[in-house]
Write a protein that binds this ligand. Structure first.
Ligand code: HMG
Ligand code: MG
Length: 290
């Protein structure tokens, strides 16, 4: 039997957070409801960040309230601080994520804190989430390159991964936030990170700015990773990472994995439908870079 590789769908969060136009809440709910029929185990569809920083995600509570929750699907939310966690609990998110950076420049631009300050801020969030039984995922951004600081050393990534592990994150997702990672750089980064956390607790999160996301996924597969974040229709970017294109498209990752002999458990026809909905949401921004 083909080996399972999981695609963690992040389009409704990482994708829609970056759209310049305000997407109606009902459209976001319709997208998540469609994705819920595709066979994902986890869908990130909310972000309880400051609405002053990311107004696109201000309706995250209404999205979680409005969706039809499919049995067995975990609906995930970003929580940068205790306020975010309280909002996520009130909206009945099934799991939460704390998100740090391996580079100081991006940490400051994205969450207004140094790496050390951000880790101090995350600890009580992780503790409180675990105390109410919410699984906590960790993200590390800029694992190969930072839009502000340039090339990032693998050891810097490994240190943040270790800190998130020590806080009890069940999995740490490694973000090539601006999609400039070359396979050799991704491989060197993974070699360092694997000293701290086994492949079974790591995920790859590749943006596709440089068109190398699928190659980087193959490098990660060779290193033993079996979870990849992707956004249906290639939605996405990050408002605090200038030039970051969308996440690698879920349907492209699915097709590559199947071609490599893996099983994703996803229904391709439903993915196509969701990708069409996602592309329609991009409207006039279709094809833009950032
Ligand atoms: P700050 O301005 O330093 O914090 O922002 P603050 O505590 O001074 O708060 C500012 C205002 O926001 C206050 O309101 C707070 O109450 C409010 P005021 O008193 O001015 O009226 N506030 C909140 N409101 C609702 N929910 C909250 C919340 N927190 C504060 N949770 C902060 C610090 C972390 C809040 C801010 O920088 C922030 O929200 N940043 C998030 C930026 C973001 O969402 N970026 C995109 C997600 S990360 C990403 O995409 C990368 C990833 O995909 C992986 C990859 O690709 O690498 C995960
Ligand atoms: Mg991202």
């Amino acid at each position: 039997m083909a080996q399972r590789v999981e695609i963690f769908e992040v389009g409704p969060r990482d994708g829609l957070q970056n759209e310049a136009r305000q997407i109606p809440t009902a459209d976001k709910i319709a997208l998540v409801d469609c994705l819920s029929l595709a066979g994902f185990a986890r869908i990130e569809c909310a972000s309880f960040v400051s609405p002053k920083w990311v107004p696109q995600m201000a309706d995250s509570g209404a999205v979680l309230e409005g969706i039809n929750r499919a049995p067995g699907v975990s609906y995930a939310a970003l929580t940068p601080n205790m306020t975010g966690l309280e909002r996520a609990i009130a909206a009945k998110a099934d799991e939460v994520a704390i998100f740090g950076s391996a580079s100081e420049g991006f940490s400051k631009a994205n969450i207004n804190a140094s790496i050390a300050e951000s880790l101090e801020r995350f600890r009580p969030v992780a503790d409180a989430a675990k105390a109410v039984g919410l699984p906590v995922r960790g993200y590390v951004s800029c694992v190969v390159e930072c839009p502000y600081d340039g090339v990032v050393a693998p050891g810097d990534v490994a240190r943040v991964v270790a800190a998130l592990r020590d806080m009890g994150c069940y999995e740490v997702s490694l973000g090539d936030t601006i999609g400039r990672g070359r396979p050799e750089a991704v491989d060197a980064m993974l070699a360092a990170v694997l000293q701290e956390l086994p492949a079974a607790q790591l995920a790859g999160h590749f943006h596709d700015t440089g068109g190398r996301a699928l190659e980087n996924i193959e490098v990660s597969l060779a290193r033993g990773l079996r979870v990849f974040d992707a956004a249906v229709g290639g939605l996405g970017g990050c408002p605090y990472a200038p030039g970051a294109a969308g996440n690698v498209a879920t349907e492209a990752v699915h097709d590559r994995l199947v071609a490599l002999g893996y099983d994703t458990g996803l229904d391709r026809a439903v993915l196509d439908k969701a990708a069409g909905m996602a592309r329609a949401m991009r409207g006039q921004q279709e094809g833009r870079d950032g």
